[in-house]
Design a binder for this molecule. Structure first.
Ligand SMILES: Cc1ncc(COP(=O)(O)O)c(C=O)c1O
Length: 392
């Protein structure tokens, strides 16, 4: 047996991360201290947005965003089914209605041609759209922004996979995902498999002061001490709850990790580019389809997704060799809850269903060594050589 045990993604924790958490543990604050605002400020600067609000996870970030837009049963929101259930669940939490649009067959994000067709065919039906920068690949937000403006839609971006991703605009300038140049808000996750690992954690970025202030309130039970928002003021202890919120706070320990992880994000992204380039180079002669890389797109490579007709056998073979690949995603419209409550069914979205039958996320993470990656490549090669010989 070899010495490796390789997941598809995992955190990379440095001594500086550990020292930072220990220092925070010894400080006066475990929650609601200075680390959270420091992380928010640094993250906002990294993505180029005016405001950032940290919260307990990516799901909470999405929920804060839908609540801030006051999504309700009157709203129809369109998204794509190639995502984790949390994206569209955030609309359902608010009582809103979810519709889906199929994915683009080459980049696996929302198909903007199909979306345009749906919006033109249903004028006035939709109030919002939620694109997902799947695997770290940036959706063309400039085109989506124009479409949304034409149809009067708000946009919440799910960028849980995509800190650091960017795309080139028509004028040649780069637009960073999270800058909210073409959207109301962008949501991120700091789950350990993501670029920035806080254990659990999330962030919403926005350029709207109004949305930012609403989310601050919603993050802490809907409770405030802000004198401008109080009906009366009985004294320094006094607070009021003008809206129904949640406890969606990030702790100081998590924020401390977020700060030091963010310090190495550029190194992390560069390493992911190198890993991707090595896969492109080494897997191109095998009967697998590799991800698309278009000019004018900077892929953040949360995931490296290959497609193969032999997905199940390959996954088993890799597992037998201590390599733990994963499938992203089981289409959301095929989840039992969605089928039961939205009436969706197999055959509704043929492009993602075909994609789902073949996709496999192979190891891609910051601390993946060249030796480990070469072992993954060799094992994939061995699989295809064995299957050619009829052994699999
Ligand atoms: C695309 C996407 N959206 C939302 C989430 C939810 O994030 P979290 O796990 O931090 O709640 C995830 C996490 O897996 C995700 O991948």
């Amino acid at each position: 047996m070899n010495q490796f045990k390789i997941p598809y993604g995992k955190q990379s924790i440095s001594q500086k991360d550990i020292d930072g958490v220990i220092e925070t543990l010894k400080s006066d604050f475990m929650t609601q201290g200075p680390k959270v605002p420091e992380f928010e400020e640094k993250f906002a600067e990294f993505v180029g947005a005016k405001y950032a609000i940290a919260c307990s996870n990516g799901t909470a970030a999405l929920h804060l965003a839908t609540m801030a837009l006051e999504v309700s049963e009157k709203d129809h929101v369109i998204s794509c089914p190639n995502t984790f259930v949390a994206t569209t669940n955030s609309v359902l939490y608010c009582g809103g209605n979810v519709s889906f649009c199929d994915i683009n067959k080459d980049n696996f994000t929302i198909d903007l041609d199909e979306l345009e067709r749906i919006l033109n065919a249903n004028p006035g039906k939709y109030s919002g759209v939620m694109p997902i920068h799947f695997a770290g690949y940036p959706v063309d937000m400039e085109r989506l922004g124009k479409l949304a403006e034409k149809h009067g839609l708000w946009i919440i971006e799910d960028a849980c996979h995509a800190p650091g991703a960017k795309f080139q605009k028509e004028n040649g300038e780069w637009s960073r995902i999270g800058s909210c140049e073409f959207s109301e808000m962008t949501c991120f996750s700091f789950h350990p498999v993501k670029h920035i690992a806080c254990g659990e954690g999330g962030m919403v970025t926005t350029n709207s002061k109004e949305l930012y202030e609403k989310m601050l309130l919603l993050r802490t039970h809907g409770v405030t001490k802000n004198p401008d928002l109080l009906e009366k003021n009985d004294g320094p202890w006094y607070y009021e709850m003008p809206v129904l919120g949640y406890n969606y706070r990030l702790t100081e320990l998590q924020a401390s990790l977020g700060i030091t992880q963010l310090e190495v994000i550029h190194e992390n992204l560069e390493h992911r580019q190198n890993v991707a380039n090595h896969y492109f180079d080494q897997l191109r002669d095998l009967p697998v389809e590799l991800p698309l890389v278009e000019n004018g797109k900077y892929h953040a490579y949360h995931l490296f997704v290959i497609r193969t007709e032999k997905r199940k056998d390959l996954q088993q073979y890799l597992m037998d060799h201590n390599i733990f690949s994963q499938v992203h995603y089981i289409p959301v419209h095929l989840q039992p809850y969605y089928k039961k409550n939205l009436g969706t069914k197999e055959g509704d979205f043929p492009v993602i269903e075909d994609y789902y039958s073949k996709c496999l996320s192979i190891p891609m993470f910051h601390s993946l060594s060249l030796e480990e990656q070469d072992y993954v490549i060799q094992t994939i090669n061995n699989f295809y050589n064995s299957s050619k010989l009829g052994n699999i």
